[in-house]
Design a protein around this ligand. Sequence first.
Ligand SMILES: [Zn+2]
Length: 195
Amino acid sequence: MKDENRETWCQSHLADQQLHQLLEKVDADLAQENCRQGCLYCHGRLHRADYDRKPRGGPQWDRRYSFCCAEEDCRRRRTPESVRFLGRRVYAGLVIVLTTAMIHGLKPARVRRIREALQIDSRTLKRWRQWWLDNFVRSSFWKAARARFMPPVCEHTLPWSLWLSFELEERDRLLAVLQFLSPMTTPAAWKELAM
Ligand SMILES: [Zn+2]
Protein backbone atom coordinates (compact mmCIF):
# COMPACT_ATOMS: atom_id res chain seq x y z
CA MET A 1 0.00 0.00 0.00
CA LYS A 2 1.29 3.50 -0.80
CA ASP A 3 2.10 5.81 2.10
CA GLU A 4 -0.64 8.33 1.39
CA ASN A 5 -3.19 5.53 0.99
CA ARG A 6 -2.25 4.10 4.32
CA GLU A 7 -2.60 7.46 5.99
CA THR A 8 -6.07 8.02 4.48
CA TRP A 9 -7.03 4.47 5.30
CA CYS A 10 -6.20 4.91 8.96
CA GLN A 11 -8.05 8.19 9.22
CA SER A 12 -11.15 6.94 7.44
CA HIS A 13 -11.45 3.99 9.83
CA LEU A 14 -11.07 6.23 12.83
CA ALA A 15 -13.91 8.44 11.57
CA ASP A 16 -16.12 5.59 10.34
CA GLN A 17 -19.40 5.86 12.28
CA GLN A 18 -20.73 2.59 10.94
CA LEU A 19 -17.61 0.81 12.11
CA HIS A 20 -17.97 2.36 15.57
CA GLN A 21 -21.58 1.20 15.73
CA LEU A 22 -20.59 -2.26 14.60
CA LEU A 23 -17.95 -2.52 17.34
CA GLU A 24 -20.47 -1.30 19.91
CA LYS A 25 -22.92 -3.93 18.77
CA VAL A 26 -20.31 -6.70 19.04
CA ASP A 27 -19.41 -5.58 22.57
CA ALA A 28 -23.09 -5.47 23.54
CA ASP A 29 -23.54 -9.03 22.24
CA LEU A 30 -20.48 -10.25 24.14
CA ALA A 31 -21.85 -8.59 27.28
CA GLN A 32 -25.27 -10.16 26.83
CA GLU A 33 -23.75 -13.59 26.41
CA ASN A 34 -21.61 -13.16 29.55
CA CYS A 35 -24.65 -12.00 31.48
CA ARG A 36 -26.68 -14.98 30.33
CA GLN A 37 -23.97 -17.37 31.53
CA GLY A 38 -23.93 -15.80 35.00
CA CYS A 39 -21.17 -15.67 37.59
CA LEU A 40 -18.04 -17.68 36.79
CA TYR A 41 -17.57 -18.68 40.42
CA CYS A 42 -21.04 -19.43 41.79
CA HIS A 43 -23.29 -19.26 38.69
CA GLY A 44 -25.23 -16.50 40.44
CA ARG A 45 -27.12 -13.83 38.58
CA LEU A 46 -25.11 -10.84 37.33
CA HIS A 47 -25.84 -7.14 37.74
CA ARG A 48 -24.52 -4.42 35.46
CA ALA A 49 -21.54 -2.64 37.01
CA ASP A 50 -19.86 -0.90 34.07
CA TYR A 51 -16.50 0.81 34.21
CA ASP A 52 -16.25 4.47 33.31
CA ARG A 53 -13.90 5.11 30.42
CA LYS A 54 -12.75 8.20 28.61
CA PRO A 55 -10.93 6.90 25.56
CA ARG A 56 -8.75 9.37 23.66
CA GLY A 57 -8.20 9.75 19.96
CA GLY A 58 -11.20 7.72 18.81
CA PRO A 59 -14.94 7.36 19.34
CA GLN A 60 -16.28 8.70 22.63
CA TRP A 61 -17.12 5.40 24.26
CA ASP A 62 -17.61 6.24 27.91
CA ARG A 63 -18.43 2.85 29.40
CA ARG A 64 -16.95 -0.58 29.31
CA TYR A 65 -19.42 -3.36 30.02
CA SER A 66 -18.84 -5.16 33.28
CA PHE A 67 -20.94 -7.15 35.72
CA CYS A 68 -21.01 -7.94 39.37
CA CYS A 69 -22.40 -11.11 40.94
CA ALA A 70 -25.70 -10.51 42.75
CA GLU A 71 -25.03 -13.16 45.40
CA GLU A 72 -24.43 -11.56 48.78
CA ASP A 73 -21.37 -13.67 49.69
CA CYS A 74 -19.78 -13.61 46.23
CA ARG A 75 -20.10 -10.23 44.48
CA ARG A 76 -17.28 -11.06 42.12
CA ARG A 77 -16.84 -9.22 38.87
CA ARG A 78 -17.14 -10.56 35.40
CA THR A 79 -15.87 -8.32 32.62
CA PRO A 80 -16.56 -9.51 29.08
CA GLU A 81 -14.01 -9.50 26.28
CA SER A 82 -14.12 -6.35 24.18
CA VAL A 83 -13.46 -5.27 20.60
CA ARG A 84 -13.43 -1.61 21.71
CA PHE A 85 -11.14 -1.49 24.74
CA LEU A 86 -7.69 -2.99 24.97
CA GLY A 87 -7.21 -3.76 28.66
CA ARG A 88 -6.87 -0.57 30.63
CA ARG A 89 -5.36 1.52 27.86
CA VAL A 90 -6.74 5.02 27.58
CA TYR A 91 -6.90 4.81 23.81
CA ALA A 92 -9.55 2.65 22.16
CA GLY A 93 -8.28 -0.68 20.81
CA LEU A 94 -8.85 0.34 17.22
CA VAL A 95 -6.67 3.44 17.62
CA ILE A 96 -3.80 1.31 18.94
CA VAL A 97 -4.17 -1.43 16.34
CA LEU A 98 -4.57 0.96 13.42
CA THR A 99 -1.78 3.36 14.29
CA THR A 100 0.77 0.73 15.21
CA ALA A 101 -0.07 -1.36 12.13
CA MET A 102 -0.05 1.63 9.85
CA ILE A 103 3.18 3.26 10.95
CA HIS A 104 5.09 0.14 10.05
CA GLY A 105 7.47 1.25 7.30
CA LEU A 106 5.88 4.68 6.99
CA LYS A 107 7.98 7.83 6.52
CA PRO A 108 8.65 9.72 9.79
CA ALA A 109 6.87 12.88 8.61
CA ARG A 110 3.67 10.95 7.99
CA VAL A 111 3.94 9.13 11.29
CA ARG A 112 4.24 12.51 12.98
CA ARG A 113 1.16 13.88 11.22
CA ILE A 114 -0.98 10.97 12.34
CA ARG A 115 0.41 11.12 15.84
CA GLU A 116 -0.38 14.80 16.08
CA ALA A 117 -3.88 14.38 14.68
CA LEU A 118 -4.58 11.79 17.36
CA GLN A 119 -2.62 13.61 20.07
CA ILE A 120 -0.41 10.66 20.78
CA ASP A 121 3.11 11.58 21.87
CA SER A 122 6.07 9.84 20.26
CA ARG A 123 7.03 8.01 23.46
CA THR A 124 3.56 6.49 23.74
CA LEU A 125 3.68 5.28 20.18
CA LYS A 126 7.14 3.78 20.72
CA ARG A 127 5.88 2.07 23.84
CA TRP A 128 2.93 0.58 21.96
CA ARG A 129 5.20 -0.70 19.25
CA GLN A 130 7.51 -2.25 21.83
CA TRP A 131 4.52 -3.80 23.53
CA TRP A 132 3.62 -5.77 20.38
CA LEU A 133 7.17 -6.98 19.90
CA ASP A 134 7.71 -7.81 23.52
CA ASN A 135 4.77 -8.35 25.90
CA PHE A 136 2.41 -9.48 23.18
CA VAL A 137 4.79 -11.96 21.57
CA ARG A 138 5.63 -13.50 24.94
CA SER A 139 2.03 -13.71 26.16
CA SER A 140 0.31 -17.05 26.67
CA PHE A 141 -2.52 -15.72 24.50
CA TRP A 142 -0.24 -15.28 21.49
CA LYS A 143 1.69 -18.49 22.11
CA ALA A 144 -1.57 -20.43 21.96
CA ALA A 145 -3.09 -18.43 19.08
CA ARG A 146 -0.20 -18.12 16.64
CA ALA A 147 -0.48 -21.76 15.52
CA ARG A 148 -3.76 -20.85 13.81
CA PHE A 149 -1.93 -18.85 11.16
CA MET A 150 -0.56 -20.48 8.08
CA PRO A 151 1.79 -19.12 6.82
CA PRO A 152 3.01 -18.00 10.26
CA VAL A 153 2.67 -14.33 11.23
CA CYS A 154 6.00 -12.47 11.26
CA GLU A 155 6.62 -11.46 14.88
CA HIS A 156 9.03 -8.65 14.00
CA THR A 157 6.48 -6.67 12.03
CA LEU A 158 3.49 -6.95 14.36
CA PRO A 159 0.74 -5.84 14.24
CA TRP A 160 1.07 -5.10 10.52
CA SER A 161 1.76 -8.80 9.79
CA LEU A 162 -1.30 -9.78 11.81
CA TRP A 163 -3.37 -7.31 9.83
CA LEU A 164 -2.16 -8.79 6.53
CA SER A 165 -3.00 -12.32 7.61
CA PHE A 166 -6.74 -11.57 7.76
CA GLU A 167 -7.64 -11.51 4.09
CA LEU A 168 -10.93 -9.66 4.29
CA GLU A 169 -12.38 -6.42 3.03
CA GLU A 170 -11.42 -3.35 5.05
CA ARG A 171 -14.13 -2.99 7.70
CA ASP A 172 -14.55 -6.75 8.18
CA ARG A 173 -10.83 -7.07 8.50
CA LEU A 174 -10.55 -4.55 11.28
CA LEU A 175 -13.39 -6.27 13.11
CA ALA A 176 -11.72 -9.68 12.63
CA VAL A 177 -8.43 -8.41 14.07
CA LEU A 178 -10.17 -6.84 17.06
CA GLN A 179 -12.23 -9.98 17.63
CA PHE A 180 -9.10 -12.08 17.44
CA LEU A 181 -7.50 -9.91 20.13
CA SER A 182 -10.60 -9.71 22.35
CA PRO A 183 -9.80 -12.69 24.66
CA MET A 184 -6.79 -10.81 25.98
CA THR A 185 -8.76 -7.64 26.85
CA THR A 186 -10.36 -8.90 30.07
CA PRO A 187 -8.79 -7.71 33.34
CA ALA A 188 -7.59 -11.24 34.19
CA ALA A 189 -5.88 -11.76 30.82
CA TRP A 190 -4.58 -8.21 30.70
CA LYS A 191 -2.52 -8.60 33.89
CA GLU A 192 0.07 -10.57 31.96
CA LEU A 193 0.12 -8.10 29.07
CA ALA A 194 0.35 -4.79 30.90
CA MET A 195 3.58 -2.87 30.73
ZN1 LIG B 1 -20.90 -15.23 42.14
